[in-house]
Design a protein. Structure first.
Length: 254
């Protein structure tokens, strides 16, 4: 410890953030280092100068942009569910549920057959994050994907879940991790580095905003309890932002 210098701490943090460059990782790394050096101080080591170079990273509200998929990436993602996969229709239907109606992974995993009203074209969510019942419209393309999976690929089982296990025991419900893994693997298959399932909800929200939907409509569809949660999508409303943008200093206005 006596040979350790402040620049060594800075270099260590920089190397770690090259691997995972996120605010959450930076905060966790800074907290872990401060805790460890604090422990070394109780052991009698002189680490005050090194503690001074570890600062908590800035994390401003709404500072980042939602990580949404480009239209071309959406097409490639949907086309990736081919016959080479063990259950392509299941994966395709899961992705459609997230892309078309903004279902979370937990909501996809908990979706039950009685929750779908095929005649009226609605989906009832009884097991939501907000612990309430929500009724969403079921787009035709999403309904076709679900029906195609249920009719031609879904295993025969007493389980009332829409999505069931590919391998036995089929009567056991799938977990949230199964849905996350299906979406993550599909994203990685087409070369997307940000394979988080939440990116599909971001994609839907961005499409809605750029096609003229209000933030209130986005919040209602994504079932945000507070409109403030949806404010980040205002930064992607290109049409509205162009109307309020000021000319760049020194530029020539045509």
């Amino acid at each position: 410890m006596e040979t350790l210098q402040p620049n060594d701490i800075r270099q260590f943090v920089a190397n770690q953030l090259k691997q995972v460059d996120t605010i959450s990782n930076a905060k966790a790394l800074a907290a872990a280092l401060r805790d460890y050096l604090g422990y070394r101080a109780t052991c009698g080591d002189h680490v005050d100068s090194m503690l001074g170079v570890i600062s908590l990273p800035a994390n401003w509200s709404l500072a980042s942009l939602p990580r949404a998929l480009a239209p071309a990436d959406v097409d490639r993602l949907l086309e990736s569910f081919n016959v080479a996969l063990p259950s392509p229709k299941r994966g395709y239907a899961m992705v459609r549920c997230a892309l078309d109606i903004g279902l979370r992974c937990s909501e996809i995993a908990n979706l039950q057959l009685p929750d779908i009203d095929w005649r009226s074209g609605t989906v009832t969510l009884n097991r939501t994050k907000a612990l309430r019942q929500d009724i969403l419209p079921l787009p035709a393309i999403t309904g076709e994907a679900l029906a195609d999976y249920v009719r031609y690929e879904r295993s025969k089982t007493t389980n009332q879940g829409v999505f069931v296990r590919v391998y036995a025991p089929h009567d056991q419900p799938i977990g949230v991790d199964t849905v996350r893994r299906v979406i993550r693997d599909a994203c990685h298959c087409i070369g997307l580095t940000h394979g988080r399932s939440h990116a599909l909800r971001h994609t839907l929200a961005c499409q809605l905003v750029n096609h003229g939907s209000s933030l209130k409509e986005v919040a209602d569809l994504l079932r945000h309890r507070s409109l403030n949660t949806s404010l980040i999508y205002a930064k992607l409303d290109i049409t509205s932002l162009a109307a309020v943008a000021l000319p760049w200093p020194g530029s020539i206005m045509l």
